[in-house]
Ligand binder design. Structure first.
Ligand code: ADP
Ligand code: MG
Length: 473
């Protein structure tokens, strides 16, 4: 990847480290944030334990410092222990993206954002404000199931009504990542644009709204900004949780919001949590966001996952994926739809590439890393129950402070297993055992390790418990 290194002046081995840092940032924050905020970072130099990177604008510098600098430093330190600081400098990019052309392309949103960032003196380009819609994200392609039927029905109603829906303004859709919020919003926008082309639909992410606002402030274009948004008939803001912390943007958002509602324009907002739980968001905004129709998308069910897979595969006429494989994927990949889709695409891509048919075995092989991560998560409660039963003690003893060996030893084993089989931290484990200190947990882990080494029978016992917990489902 050439782009990250344009002005790099340091030693070459740092480039591969930088590449790995970037990959980890991408994995941690996801593609959208990565593209908007982290991809524009350029490595300038690495000297005396100090990493120097550049960004195109001061705003980006501040935003990155506030949100991502800790992770950047942490990942660098893991690559190279000599690193002790990361400094971010502003350096305008000589290569400018043409916002109008960019908004045609797939990455239009991000490219347009960067184009705007680099062209600081150019006036606000209205065509580059509303983000392009993904042609795949239509109602036709949206599979309805128990977990999303309410959100879907609300979205349909707003899309088809031709006017503001009584009691449905704003429509607030919330749910975890990858459950279909953006898909539903695009579907609404497509539908309105098709059935009612004169209605002006503006769709953008909250991040971009904030970005444009701050830029308008700096270039003294706030009037144009306000006019643009207030001329919308339907305003859709995706991932509203990103407008938090920044008071001036929140204020502007609030005014835009009120102005549109007062003019009887439709607002559609999405977020990763309900309005009341949006931390860092002004109380007035939180309550106002909850005034209309609030609907949430729940975790997917098996049936919905299978339905989605079947719908996707029906649009790939040249590939055959056995029903068993689809069922297997629906059963195993439960985290979210994005990951489910990704898994299916990987399986299909692999078979096309290698020229073999898709089988359950090939699927398991291709997806071994994802499957492991989606394996049933063992909870501390499972462990406590299993261990208590095994040793014939009361479940309550797991939380007690009793010190007799007959009680304390099983408790230590449970702590040990909690450390080995879950991702919980020592303090979290301590809390689940009746509020014990993390040093108690640490001691338990050490003690059980020692006993396992010294006593074969004891080790077998612990091993057996571990296997029973791992295979239970
Ligand atoms: P979110 O915005 O909630 O994070 P997205 O809308 O981006 O999630 O959805 C992630 C992916 O999953 C998209 O490719 C989307 O098309 C797909 N998807 C989610 N829910 C459904 C559904 N019910 N039917 C079909 N595809 C879906
Ligand atoms: Mg989304």
């Amino acid at each position: 990847m050439q782009e990250g290194y344009a002005y790099y002046q340091g030693r070459p081995e740092h480039l591969s480290k930088w590449e790995r840092v970037r990959e980890r940032l991408r994995a941690m924050y996801g593609e959208a944030i990565f593209k908007s905020w982290l991809q524009p970072l350029r490595l300038a130099n690495v000297k005396n334990g100090q990493v120097m990177v550049t960004v195109p604008t001061r705003f980006m510098r501040e935003w990155i410092l506030a949100h991502y600098a800790d992770s950047i430093l942490r990942f660098w330190c893991q690559e190279d222990q000599a690193i002790h600081s990361v400094d971010i400098f502003v350096k305008a990019e000589p290569v400018l993206v043409n916002p109008a052309a960019a908004s045609e392309s797939k990455q239009g949103l991000e490219a347009a954002m960067l184009g705007i960032a680099a062209n600081e003196d150019k006036p606000l380009n209205p065509d580059a404000i509303s983000a392009p819609l993904d042609p795949r994200y239509t109602f036709d392609n949206f599979v309805v199931g128990k977990s999303n039927e309410l959100a879907h029905a609300a979205a349909r109603r707003v899309a088809e009504s031709g006017a503001v829906v009584a009691g449905g303004n704003p429509l607030f859709i919330y749910g975890g990542v990858g459950l279909g919020k953006t898909h539903l919003m695009h579907a609404i926008a497509w539908q309105i644009r098709q059935s009612d082309p004169v209605r002006k639909v503006v769709y953008l992410s909250a991040e971009k709204f904030m970005y444009l606002f701050i830029r308008a402030l700096r270039s003294k274009e706030t009037m144009a900004f306000k006019e643009y948004f207030r001329s919308a008939d339907v305003l859709m803001i995706d991932d509203v949780q990103f407008i938090s912390g920044k008071d001036s943007t929140q204020e502007e958002f609030f005014h835009t919001f009120n102005a549109l509602i007062d003019q009887n324009k439709q607002l559609i907002i999405s977020g990763d949590r309900g309005p009341a739980d949006l931390e860092g968001m002004d109380e007035r905004i939180r309550s106002r966001l909850g005034w209309g129709l609030v609907t949430d998308m729940h975790a997917t069910t098996y049936d919905l996952r299978l339905g989605i897979l079947q719908s996707k595969i029906s649009k790939m006429p040249h590939v055959h994926v056995p029903q068993r494989v689809l069922e297997f994927l629906a059963q195993k990949i439960t985290s979210n739809v994005r990951e489910l889709e990704g898994a299916l695409n990987r399986v299909v891509a692999h078979s096309t590439l290698v020229g073999t048919t898709v089988t359950l075995e090939s699927t398991q092989e291709v997806l071994h890393d994802i499957l492991r991560a989606n394996d049933r998560r063992i909870t501390i409660e499972d462990i406590q129950k299993r261990v208590a039963t095994h040793f014939g003690i009361k479940l309550g003893d797991m939380h007690s402070a009793r010190r007799s060996v007959a009680i304390a030893r099983p408790r230590q084993i449970a702590m040990y297993l909690a450390k080995k089989l879950t991702t919980k931290s020592l303090p979290e484990i301590g809390r689940k055992f009746g509020g014990k200190d993390h040093t108690t947990v640490m001691h338990a882990v050490k003690r059980i390790d020692e006993l396992c080494k010294a006593d074969k029978e004891f080790a077998d016992d612990v091993e057996l418990l571990m296997r029973m917990l791992q295979s239970a489902s």
